[in-house]
Design a protein around this ligand. Structure first.
Ligand code: MRU
Length: 362
């Protein structure tokens, strides 16, 4: 059985998402009945992970349009799409994917709106049809990331040997339309019979590693061990880790990468222990408009995520908390960015755009 975080039926205009706040104890799908539900599901992290946020956001606009079919004219439909997309961007600020999708669909529907070749109903069909392409395209991109990443990691090890990889947060089928980015690289290594072991961090405070990545790894019968976030240095010192592979919420033009809080400290530890550190991300996570990582807005979340576990308070009453959901790893610590078209190597700190056009497209 394949793990499916997002269920979409174009015929019924029905969208359901696996409620990730309840995993791994409870498998329960919730229906997203429109844009407001989409915004809440993203904000409350019932769906999370940069690609999945964008996909559910866009599908919630599709649901809204299919449920409320009476637009007066093409301009009214264009405004509804544009305004709803921009509203969804505000649900969580750090990942760029929803913003990229909003810009793409605004531009696309602006064109359809002003072209005489499309009626109102054709404009709507084009928009809805594009959703299936987005879902299929994400899985295809993730499989390409998996191939490029596995090739890259295996290039640096003796022929036929297997590898030990560390990952952080959740970047798998639950964070995407399927297969995953960093977890896609791990799946690809496993499919080739070259993965000896994967270690996943628990990823405090939201525990995406312990709850979600561990769930996916057990589900796929991938040899895996869970570690606490503060065990990474000890792991690198004692277990001969071949490489670290993590995901990304936004990669700036120079290669600086925002990802789940804790990624930066893992990159520093990897540098110290001479372990290659890779970021796996589709092109939709790359933000060439931001020249470097200092400009990335870091979401800060409720202190309750730190002070409570399953509604039980675990922190001392009266303590104040700081809960940034992401941090930025400088390009100089990143061995390579594994994308769906190539692997780029920004680790010398030079301009990622130049590196990006410089790489051999394999
Ligand atoms: O707060 P989250 O769970 O949405 O954070 C997720 C991450 O940081 C992932 O590494 C990133 O979005 C990539 S998911 C393919």
């Amino acid at each position: 059985m394949t793990l499916q975080a997002i269920k979409w039926s174009k015929a019924d205009g029905k969208l359901e998402i696996l409620d990730q706040t309840l995993l791994p104890a409870t498998t329960s799908y919730v229906q997203v009945k429109g844009v407001k539900d989409g915004w809440n599901a993203i904000n409350k992290m019932q769906v999370r992970g940069a690609p999945a946020i964008a996909i559910v956001g866009c599908l919630s606009v599709a649901v809204e349009i299919l449920q409320h079919p009476n637009y007066d004219d093409k301009n009214a439909l264009f405004r509804a799409i544009k305004d709803n997309m921009n509203y969804l961007v505000t649900a969580r600020p750090t990942a760029v994917n929803m913003k990229e999708a909003a810009d793409f669909f605004t531009e696309m529907t602006d064109y359809l709106c002003h072209s005489d070749d499309f009626t109102l109903s054709q404009m709507k069909d084009e928009f809805i049809d594009r959703m299936d392409k987005m879902l299929r395209g994400d899985v295809k991109d993730n499989k390409a990331i998996g191939r490029f990443g596995a090739d890259e990691i295996l290039r640096n090890v003796p022929e036929g040997s297997s590898v030990r990889v560390l990952t952080h947060c959740n970047t798998g089928s639950l964070a995407t339309a399927g297969y995953g980015t960093a977890l896609g690289v791990i799946r690809s290594l496993h499919e080739r019979g070259r993965l000896e072991h994967v270690y996943c961090t628990e990823t405090r405070p939201y525990n995406q590693g312990a709850r979600l990545t561990a769930y996916e790894l057990v589900h796929d019968k991938i040899p895996a061990t869970l570690i606490c976030d503060d065990m990474v240095a000890a792991l690198m010192k004692t277990k001969e880790i071949t490489a670290v592979v993590v995901g990304a919420d936004r990669v700036a033009a120079n290669g600086d990468t925002a990802n789940k809080i804790g990624t930066y400290q893992i990159a520093i530890l990897a540098k110290y222990h001479n372990v290659p550190f890779y970021v796996a991300a589709p092109l939709t996570s790359i933000d060439l408009k931001m020249s470097n990582g200092d400009q990335i807005v870091i979401e800060e979340r409720s202190e309750r995520e730190m002070t409570h576990m399953n509604d039980k308070r675990i922190a001392a009453e009266g303590i104040t908390c700081w809960n940034p959901a992401f941090d930025v790893t400088p390009a100089s610590l990143i061995t390579g960015i594994i994308m769906n078209i190539c692997v780029s190597k920004p680790s010398d700190g030079s301009d990622f755009i130049l590196k990006y056009t410089d790489v051999i497209i394999r």
